[in-house]
Design a protein around this ligand. Sequence first.
Ligand SMILES: C=C(O[C@@H]1C=C(C(=O)O)C=C[C@H]1O)C(=O)O
Length: 199
Amino acid sequence: MGVVAQNVPVATLTEMRQLKQSSGRAWQRAVVGQTPFRSWLQERGSLTARLKKHYPAFSVELLAQAWRKPHVDEQAMLRLHAMSRAWVREVMLRGNGQPRVFAHSVIARQDLRGPWCRLRAIGRVPLGAALFANPKVTRGPLQFRKLYAQHPLHQAVCRYHPQLQQHPLWARRSLFRLHHHLLLVTEVFLPACVDHPHD
Ligand SMILES: C=C(O[C@@H]1C=C(C(=O)O)C=C[C@H]1O)C(=O)O
């Protein structure tokens, strides 16, 4: 660990590369066993569509959207170097008023152009409506991970639902691609999501 002025320790490039690689492997290694969330984790269709099917009162609660430095385990997926910023959108998908899925979407500045130039302004319109309506959008493999309290996305969920602090949360992520544009979507499933474990 190196040290810069003001004695603020910073990770060396090697340490950051190692952290990025280990975080990436953690998403690929996780195996979804017999969890009640299995059906939701492996859903290849739109979560928005599936939630709307179960809950007449579906809504998207916009929690945050800003230019941020992506998490270390997102930079490699989006081909970003360590210091670049990306547009981050965080929402809670609600069914009948209950929080069901926390979604965290990240898109690099250079990918917010062309067909995705308006993604910053969609507000409470579900991102899935834009993605699944365009047949030219492809989706990469789903990756899974059980998040514990020290993971940034677990901490993001607990900012709004602190009662989940001690609960591990299942999450999945995948890359959506349109031409050469990339969008990384991570979805964290809250306990209320298993009211309908199977379709
Ligand atoms: C990708 C989808 O869009 C959903 C809605 C999102 C949003 O509005 O930000 C983000 C991720 C998804 O949970 C989907 O419906 O599957």
